[in-house]
Write a protein that binds this ligand. Structure first.
Ligand code: DC
Length: 217
């Protein structure tokens, strides 16, 4: 029996990585983890306690206190949680506190994990790594449409500005910055629809399986 298959799907916000990762997981019968939820729930806990998400002690305590029900909160998709997530995510002690959970999740039965550092830090030896990206304009337009569809009023300029700020913080941080792993397949979804991205990802999975190499950690 080969080791369980771990698939790392990284990329910036609204590039289409969640859609692709969920679909891959369903197709391959693998568990799926949206690791952004861990950071969002941590940020949300700090905000609820009246703290500052950029405060290392408060953020680490929140990460260590995370419980499964925190991940099921309905308000994690809001922009407030996203901004707080990006702040707590820059704190090394927070990333360390969340690392074990992610590794255990993937190692148990294999998994598809999406995030920013799955292929570079969490599972650097994952046999399948995808970096899903798209132009800032396309990503902002997608997030804007998503918000309107959920009945959340938003202006495209504000969405674009918040996204640029979050991208800059996620890419510039000293620990586990957002960047493609050297061996990641880059999928630019500005020019690729969800179907084509899925087909490209599946082709990579098949080629790894054909090599008989599915080492997952
Ligand atoms: O994928 P998302 O938009 O839900 O992520 C929210 C924030 O969490 C994002 O701005 C950066 C951070 N994050 C991270 O640093 N590492 C991950 N593996 C996932 C998310």
């Amino acid at each position: 029996m080969s080791a369980p298959l771990v698939i790392a799907v990284d990329g910036p916000a609204a590039a289409g990585k969640g859609t692709l990762a969920r679909r891959l997981a369903a197709h391959l019968g693998l568990p799926y983890l949206d690791t952004g939820l861990l950071y969002r729930a941590t940020g949300r806990r700090v905000l609820d306690a009246g703290g500052d998400p950029a405060d290392p002690a408060a953020a680490e305590a929140a990460a260590r206190a995370l419980a499964p029900e925190d991940l099921a909160r309905p308000d994690l998709r809001a922009e407030e949680a996203a901004a707080a997530a990006s702040k707590v995510a820059a704190i090394p002690a927070v990333r360390a506190a969340l690392l074990d959970f992610q590794r255990r999740f993937g190692a148990a039965r294999g998994a598809v994990l999406d995030g920013r550092d799955i292929g570079t830090v969490v599972f650097p030896d994952a046999p399948v790594k995808l970096f899903v990206t798209a132009s800032p304009e396309v990503r902002a337009a997608r997030r804007h449409a998503e918000l309107l569809a959920r009945g959340v009023p938003a202006r495209l300029e504000d969405v674009a500005a918040e996204m640029a700020e979050r991208d800059a913080r996620d890419s510039a941080r000293g620990v586990a910055p957002l960047r493609p792993a050297e061996d990641a397949l880059i999928l630019d979804t500005s020019a690729l629809d969800a179907e084509a991205a899925f087909a490209a990802a599946l082709a990579l999975v098949e080629s790894v399986r054909a090599r008989g190499d599915s080492t997952g950690s």
